[in-house]
Design a protein around this ligand. Structure first.
Ligand code: RI2
Length: 306
């Protein structure tokens, strides 16, 4: 249990972060846990696995990648503890492998939308979005990137470090400068924490303002999202919970301002009408096709832990 609790803690504190990375980390933690459970009966094993899954699910509420990964790993049919153990390990390996391949494929597909000479704006730190950018650069296209700081946790600084490592010409801006630069941007590329059944995007706070600016300037807006970022739960109209994070992330001491409080949502919702395409590993789709992705790739319903 210690390894799993350690991963859960790291996801909670965002030492492990990024919707894809937390999903892979959860799959790997479940595999490690299942390989070491000392259960005598299959029923006991199942109960332990479900408890472990719930601990992981309780870490961060928004990114559906975590939920989908956990559900894919703990879905098995087995006649014995050993069979169940092997099934969890195989499911986890498959999820991690598919996830890594999906990001690579998204890079390949997404980069077709980028021309030499383009300026791309990105927000926060998304591996899927960065792979679209890096694939274009590796293909020899002469591109320039504008990266937002992404307050309050400033994950944009992770993005500029990665782009710098790749030798990509990048300019860092504060979040409030997005509208000022939008007329110089050819394409916005961001990641995704959740894509809903109607094609709306839940991503790092500030994404919807970026999308609005892009829409006003008629700049194309692309979300890069593996299919496990799509939420089957939203098929029946379930709302995506938006994580509210600690006021301490906003570096301002308000302890002597008794009428002031801080509101710090981690994510926001970009309505589908502001999104031109969602680049997945199975193709670049219009947001209106999200329902099909959920139906074809994820199934109508995901089991929930009872
Ligand atoms: P990849 C992040 O969430 C950001 O919102 C980012 O756009 C999204 O995950 C997707 O990231 P957080 O964990 O899976 O920083 O594309 O809150 O790496």
């Amino acid at each position: 249990m210690n390894g799993l609790l350690d991963t859960a803690q790291k996801i909670k504190t965002m030492e492990i972060r990024g919707a894809g990375r937390i999903a892979r980390a959860a799959a790997s933690a479940l595999k490690g846990f299942a390989l070491n459970i000392d259960s005598k009966t299959l029923e006991e094993f199942n109960v332990e696995v479900n408890k472990a899954a719930q601990i992981l699910l309780d870490t961060r509420p928004t990114a559906v990648s975590l939920y989908n990964a956990v559900m894919m790993v703990i879905r098995y049919k087995a006649g014995s503890v050993e069979e169940a153990r092997a099934a969890v390990a195989a499911n986890a390996n498959q999820f991690i492998d598919n996830s890594n391949k999906a990001v690579e494929k998204i890079g390949e597909i997404g980069s077709r939308r980028i021309r030499s000479g383009d300026t791309i704006l990105t927000h926060c730190n998304s591996m899927a979005a960065i792979t679209v950018i890096s694939s274009s650069h590796k293909a020899g296209k002469d591109i320039r990137v504008i990266a937002t700081e992404s307050r309050p946790r400033c994950q944009g600084l992770l993005t500029i470090a990665m782009l710098n490592e790749l030798g990509i010409d990048t300019t860092l801006i504060v979040d409030s400068a997005v509208r000022s630069v939008m007329n110089t941007v050819d394409l916005v590329v961001v990641g995704a924490d959740v894509v809903t059944a109607n094609g709306s995007l839940v991503n790092k706070i500030g994404t919807s303002q970026v999308a609005l600016c892009a829409y006003e300037a008629r700049t194309p807006f692309m979300a890069a999202a593996e299919t496990y970022k799509f939420s089957p739960k939203t098929l029946m109209g379930e709302m995506v919970p938006i994580e509210e994070r600690s006021p301490d992330e906003i570096a301002t001491d308000i302890s002597n301002l008794k009428h002031i409080k801080i509101f710090n949502p981690g994510f926001d919702v970009t309505p589908h009408r502001y999104i031109d395409m969602i680049c997945t590993e199975v193709g670049a789709i219009p947001p209106e096709m999200s329902y099909m992705i959920i139906k074809e790739k994820l199934g109508w319903e995901m089991d929930s832990i009872s």
